[in-house]
Design a protein. Sequence first.
Length: 214
Amino acid sequence: MSKQSNAAVQEAEKIQMDPKYILTLTVRLFGACLVVAFLLGLVNMVTLPNITARKKAATDAALKQVVENPDNSEFSDALELSDDMTTAASGAGATLESLYAVMENGDAAGYALTVVASGSQGNIEMMVGVDEADIVTGVSIVSNSETPGIGSKVMGNEPTASGTPVLDQFIGKSPADGTLVVGSGIDAISGATVSSRGVTTGVNAALAVAALID
């Protein structure tokens, strides 16, 4: 190493050990972090209302789809979940996200439950409606990441080989039917068995929770 290069290295080391240099560098880094945090907060502040609005719209639409009489039905705000409820859903293989009371013409008409179960490509968030007798009144998909053209057929409620829309086959099921199983009273969409099982798991979880509510 040349004397000039060596001198440059020594000078750099001296600068790096200089308290003023270290303080200046620290202040600059802290300032940069503050700017980044501010920008991230600003982006979140701008986008959060839109995200929240879209989420509410999807939930409201799903609620309407899982009751027998949507035009005359009203829904409570999300109810408090008990440990027994979340445990029942977990025991069935899914996660209970929210619970709503359903009123029809002002009278109690059952519940709508948001549950999350695993599909073939990620989580499937679904809404399951049950009446006062814990009988399924409808199933609607809130969000999913299933494979287009395969699992998406289940999410879109396309018909099974028997001609029955895959989600509609759960209507009328209750805890009295026991654990619902694909291939045993529940049909899968061809090529989308895992997605069909995911929805079935969610319905089983919803029924397990509904059985505790009364």
